[in-house]
Design a protein around this ligand. Structure first.
Ligand code: NAD
Length: 440
C-alpha cells in the first residue's frame, strides 16, 4: 500500500480517468468468454455486441485520508458503470487488497446481466477501494469511506448510480456513504435522497430482509432445484466457502430446511465435521470479529482439503476464481450454487459440466441481494416500510421467475444454465436497444 506524507490538492480527487488493465489473469476476460458464448448462440446483433462488451464509464479517484497517528495516506477508489439501458447503475462497493480496475469492470458487467435476468429496472455498476480493511481502525475506515464518497461526488446518486454492500463492506459503511452524500446536498433535498445507497441499517432507511437477502435467494433456488429432482433437503449435506454475509445466511437458512453443514471455509480457517456444524452457533462465534478460526465445536483441517469434502451442495460465497482446472476435478458434490460473483473460471466451468455437476450460475443464484436492494430503493422512494413476510414473498416470486426463465431457455437452446442465464439477460437488453434505438 502506498503511503504519502504530502497533502494532495482537492481537485486531484475529482478527476475522471480510464485506467489501463493490470497485468495477470483478467476477470473481465472471463465475463467476455461467457458473454460471447451466449451472444453466438442467440446470434446477437454485431453492433449491439460491441456496445454491451464495453463499460460505459470508469471513474478512478485518488484521495488522501488522515490516519489516527497523524500520517496522510492516499487511496485509490473505483466506480465502473457498465450499462444503464434498463435503469440506474446499481452495484456493490468492495474493500479488498485485490481490487483493481479489471475486477471491478467484470463485477459491473455481471450486475447488468443480473438485474436483466431478475427483471428489475437497474443497470450494472461496481466499485471498491484497494485496501485490507483489517489494517484500519473503525475511525480510519469511516474517514476513508467518507472521502471516497465525497470524491465520487455526483458520479453516484439516488436516480443515477446506487451503491450497496459487497465484500468487507456492510450496513454501517452504507450509513456513512448515505450521510456523506446527504451533506453534499442542499438541506431541502436530503429527505428525498435516502435511496442513494441500499443495504443501509434499518433505522437509516434500510429494508427488513436485506441482510439475509442474498442467502435467502440462494436457498429459495436450491429448494426449487431439489424439488424438481425429487430430492429432499432434510438431511442433505452442504459445504460453504466464505462465512460472511452471503455464506453465513445461506448456511443458516439451509439449516432451517434440515440440511447439515459439513464443511466451511473462510479466510482464517477451514472447518470440517461430518455430523454437522451449527451455522447459527458458528455465526455468533464469528461475529465477534475473529472469523471462524478457533471455533471449538468442529475440527480444523488443511485449507486444500476443503474442495474434497463430500456433500450434496457446494455454496461458494467468498471470492472469484475458486473453482478452476485444479479444484473442479476434486469436488464431490451434485450442485454448485454460486453465491459469490465469478467463483468458477471458464476451465472449471467446463470441467463441472463434463462431470455432470449442476450449476446455479452467479447472475441468477446471488440475485437476491440486488432484488431486495430494489425493494429498499422502492420503499425509500415511496416513504414506505414493508413487513418481512412481504419482502420475502416478493423476493421468492421474483427469483423463482428468473429460475424458470433460465431453466426453460437452457432446455429450449439445449445449453448449460450459465449460458442460458446470459441469453436471458442479453435478450432483454437487445429488446430495449431495438425499441429505443441509438442516439442520435
Ligand atoms: P463478506 O465480506 O461479508 O464475506 C466474505 C467472506 O469470504 C468472509 O467470510 C471471508 O473470510 C471469506 N473469504 C475471503 N477470502 C477468502 C479466501 N481466500 N478463501 C476463503 N474464504 C475467503 O462478503 P459477502 O458480502 O458475503 O460477499 C461474498 C461474495 O458474494 C462476493 O463474491 C460478493 O461479490 C458476492 N455477493 C454478495 C452480495 C451481498 O449482498 N453482500 C450479493 C451478491 C453477491
Amino acid at each position: 500500500m502506498s503511503t504519502e506524507t504530502v497533502s494532495i490538492p482537492e481537485s486531484v480527487t475529482q478527476r475522471r480517468t480510464v485506467c489501463p488493465t493490470p497485468a495477470g489473469p483478467s476477470l473481465y476476460a472471463n465475463v467476455l468468454k461467457q458473454y460471447e458464448k451466449a451472444a453466438d448462440l442467440m446470434e446477437l446483433d454485431r453492433s449491439l455486441r460491441s456496445i454491451l462488451a464495453a463499460t460505459a464509464n470508469e471513474i478512478v479517484v485518488r484521495f488522501p485520508v488522515r490516519m489516527d497517528d497523524g500520517r496522510i495516506e492516499v487511496f485509490t477508489g473505483y466506480r465502473v458503470q457498465h450499462n444503464n439501458a434498463l435503469g440506474p447503475f446499481k452495484g456493490g462497493i468492495r474493500y479488498h487488497p485485490s481490487v483493481n480496475i479489471d475486477e471491478i469492470r467484470a463485477l459491473a458487467a455481471w450486475m447488468t446481466w443480473k438485474s436483466a435476468v431478475a427483471q428489475i429496472p437497474f443497470g450494472g455498476a461496481k466499485g471498491g477501494i484497494q485496501i485490507d480493511p483489517a489494517q484500519y481502525t473503525p475511525g480510519e475506515l469511516e474517514r476513508i469511506t467518507r472521502r471516497f464518497t465525497f470524491a465520487l461526488g455526483d458520479n453516484i446518486g439516488p436516480e443515477y448510480d446506487i451503491p450497496a454492500p459487497d465484500v468487507n463492506t456492510n450496513a454501517q459503511i452504507m450509513a456513512w456513504i448515505l450521510d456523506t452524500y446527504l451533506m453534499t446536498r442542499p438541506p431541502q433535498e436530503r429527505a428525498r435522497c435516502a435511496h442513494v445507497v441500499t443495504g443501509k441499517p434499518l433505522e437509516s432507511g434500510g429494508s427488513l430482509g436485506r441482510d439475509k437477502a442474498t442467502g435467502q435467494g440462494i436457498v429459495f433456488l436450491i429448494e426449487r432445484w431439489a424439488r424438481e429432482r425429487g430430492l429432499s433437503l432434510s438431511g442433505a449435506t452442504c459445504i460453504v466457502q466464505g462465512f460472511g454475509n452471503v455464506g453465513s445466511w445461506a448456511a443458516r437458512l439451509m439449516k432451517r430446511l434440515g440440511a447439515r453443514l459439513v464443511g466451511v471455509q473462510d479466510v482464517s480457517a477451514t472447518l470440517y465435521d461430518p455430523s454437522g456444524i451449527d451455522p447459527d452457533d458458528l455465526a455468533a462465534y464469528a461475529e465477534v470479529g475473529r472469523g471462524i478460526r478457533g471455533y471449538p465445536r468442529a475440527r480444523e483441517i488443511d485449507s486444500g482439503a476443503f474442495v474434497q469434502i463430500e456433500a450434496d451442495i457446494f455454496i461458494p460465497a467468498a471470492l472469484h476464481n475458486q473453482i478452476t482446472a485444479e479444484t473442479a476435478p476434486r469436488l464431490k458434490v451434485r450442485l454448485v450454487a454460486e453465491g459469490a460473483n465469478g467463483p468458477t473460471d471458464p476451465e472449471g466451468d467446463a470441467i463441472l459440466q463434463h462431470r455432470g455437476i449442476d450449476i446455479l450460475p452467479d447472475i441468477l443464484c446471488n440475485a437476491g441481494g440486488v432484488i431486495v436492494s430494489y425493494f429498499e430503493w422502492l420503499q425509500n422512494k415511496r416513504s414506505e416500510s414493508w413487513e418481512l413476510e412481504e419482502v420475502d414473498g416478493k423476493l421468492r416470486k421474483r427469483i423463482l421467475g428468473a429460475y424458470d426463465r433460465v431453466r426453460d431457455t437452457a432446455r429450449n437452446l439445449e445449453t448449460d444454465w450459465r449460458t442460458a442465464a446470459n441469453v436471458v439477460a442479453l435478450a432483454r437488453l437487445e429488446k430495449v436497444y431495438r425499441e429505443r434505438g441509438i442516439f442520435p
